[in-house]
Design a protein around this ligand. Sequence first.
Ligand code: NAD
Ligand code: UDP
Ligand code: UDP
Length: 338
Amino acid sequence: WPTTNTRSYDVAVHSVGKIPLGIKRKGLRVVVTGGAGFVGSHLVDRLISRGDSVIVVDNFFTGRKENVMHHFGNPNFELLRHDVVEPLLLEVDQIYHLACPASPVHYKFNPTNVVGTLNMLGLAKRIGARFLLTSTSEVYGDPLQHPQKETYWGNVNPIGVRSCYDEGKRTAETLAMDYHRGAGVEVRIARIFNTYGPRMCLDDGRVVSNFVAQALRKEALTVYGDGKQTRSFQYVSDLVEGLMRLMEGEHVGPFNLGNPGEFTMLELAKVVQETIDPEAKIEYRPNTEDDPHKRKPDITRAKELLGWEPKVDLRKGLPLMVSDFRQRIFGDQKEGAT
Ligand code: NAD
Ligand code: UDP
Ligand code: UDP
């Protein structure tokens, strides 16, 4: 292994073209915190398949061993049960920091976003690794600007029920930028918009997983509030492509990574009905406190600087998660997990 991040990075990025065909380039050593989770496990698949050595660090708070089990036995893969709130000593080239209790039912009162991010930045500083933070569109709060550009500072309630997540990620961005400016850490910041796909947590209360699971179980789709609030839904493979481009590129960000296709929750329910069960009923429930009214990314910056844009729209992406959900809900062995 090259000893410094810069050198191994050069090997990966600049010399690949010079290596004669048939000779494999040396992969990078990459840590993915939260790599047993939904997004993390898809990212790990891509990194492993391009020849990197990957260490997943996860405390299985919401992640599952099943998401990465197919790599067990691969010498390029290691799984570490560890809570990033505790310090960690490793030697790697890149750190993708995804660990986070990522949904409303899980994220309350958890110090991961602040203490965990601080530890991973301390690790990046000590070993000279490049560090990518997965921040969120939630930093925009209930936005007064639409669609949201990266230059928008957001409208966040600092003492509300969602604050632990929103403000936690805002603090994580602040820490990342301070380590970048103060200690010269190479950081990258992604602001991720609502993402869906196979391996999503079944019971964490997010709208896409709720609707898909409800339709499969022949239950009514629970629409919160009047269902006119909007979100923009991104398929997970598009996100993973964006994260890797951001990590490999030269720009710190922040970058919005999301699909600009905007849907009301009632429109989403309709797509789920069309995809899974046209007979599925809709049931209205009271909305949660501080629910953002609308959200849609302006992705001009990512298009221009990363050459990235999403390719899979909701009507194409939603069917791709159905067989995985069906198998996890009913244990149907005939349906292969995607
Ligand atoms: P997820 O819950 O599936 O994955 C998070 C992973 O982090 C899980 O495997 C969990 O066990 C692990 N984890 C949590 N706390 C930890 C700790 N203290 N130490 C070690 N591991 C810990 O969620 P996801 O959707 O895959 O989200 C991944 C990242 O992307 C998160 O940082 C999240 O905030 C961000 N994000 C996701 C979305 C989305 O729509 N999926 C949107 C915006 C931002
Ligand atoms: N840290 C870590 N692994 C390392 C280096 C640091 O987990 O390899 C943690 C360390 O325990 C500390 C945090 O990262 O809590 C910040 O480290 P830094 O060196 O920036 O700050 P300091 O320890 O000097 O306060
Ligand atoms: N929502 C809904 N039914 C559900 C779960 C969520 O109508 O069963 C709504 C929720 O009130 C919010 C939107 O769907 O307006 C997106 O919620 P989610 O938790 O998926 O994402 P976030 O609010 O973090 O963007």
